[in-house]
Design a protein around this ligand. Structure first.
Ligand code: HPA
Length: 274
């Protein structure tokens, strides 16, 4: 049976609409380690998600979620800081809630960002990658409970993401801002554990360039609602078995930290371009 999100999150959307200073044109979901982007723009309103009815509570202590309404270059933005991951035990309707919110507030585009492991052997920790394709083959059926069965709702049958048009805008923005942007396909891995070298070998054979534990449910849902979807990964490490060196958590964190100014510059340039 299809879950009626409008009904389930009626109070939440009403609470947001009553506070929202504007209708956002672009939504951004800030992935692991990329939340600081929210500090770099002018914010009109920051709502702690724990104050919102029915918003999933964070499972990580001291890790607060925020929905920010902000502006950059006169463009109205909604930023989701603190992602809801499926591997943390949330239901799929909770995982895609930010996308549902963005759509309910009339956003037209969404950029999904994430931390990912590099499978492409030329990638390095700290690289930024524009997603050119996804591998959602293992999750489509699960989403039918939220988006409706494709047999009934034909709208859900066609997956037109990531948006070619939006990706072209992002490439132009990267060139303009002189940010080196890798490209490749993103393999969704359920997690919460990282992959085995054998799994990574398989993904490499199938042509995947990066692997991560998020984004794909959000992308399908945003596509279903008719938003233009793009996704950008920060390669925090080389995936299991790709590098001969054993990567430490410290190195992963450092790669993320080093990439932050580039990530910020790229996102700002994209906002200017749209
Ligand atoms: N695998 C899956 N998810 C990840 C990784 C990885 O190697 N790095 C960051 N997120």
């Amino acid at each position: 049976m299809k879950i009626d999100l409008d009904l389930k999150y009626e109070n939440l959307i009403a609470a947001l609409k009553s506070q929202a200073p504007f209708e956002p044109e672009l939504a951004l979901i800030l992935g692991s380690g990329l939340g600081d982007f929210a500090n770099s723009i002018e914010k009109e309103l920051s709502i702690p998600t724990e104050s919102l009815p029915d918003y999933p509570k964070s499972t990580v202590t001291g890790h607060k979620g925020f929905i920010h309404f902000g502006k950059f270059q006169n463009k109205n933005l909604i930023l989701f800081q603190g992602r809801i991951h499926f591997y943390e035990g949330y239901s799929l309707e909770q995982v895609v809630l930010p996308v549902f919110i963005a759509n309910s507030l009339n956003a037209k585009r969404i950029i999904l960002t994430n931390a990912a492991g590099g499978i492409n052997q030329n990638f390095k920790a700290g690289d930024l990658m524009l997603t050119t394709a996804f591998y959602p083959l293992f999750i489509k059926k699960e989403l039918a409970g939220i988006l409706g069965s494709p047999d009934v709702e034909t709208k859900n049958r066609f997956l037109d993401f990531p948006s070619k048009k939006f990706n072209e805008t992002i490439r132009n923005a990267a060139v303009q801002s002189k940010i080196y942007l890798r490209e490749g396909s993103y393999w969704y891995s359920k997690g919460p554990n990282y992959e085995t070298p054998a799994e990574i070998k398989m993904m490499l054979k199938f042509g995947a360039a990066a692997v991560g534990m998020s984004t794909v449910h959000e992308a399908i849902t945003a596509n279903y609602f008719g938003l233009q979807v793009a996704a950008i990964s920060l390669i925090t490490n080389l995936a299991a078995g790709i590098s001969a060196e054993k990567l430490s958590h410290k190195e992963v964190m450092e790669a993320g930290e080093k990439a932050k100014p580039r990530f910020e510059k790229l996102i700002k340039s994209i906002i200017e371009f749209i």
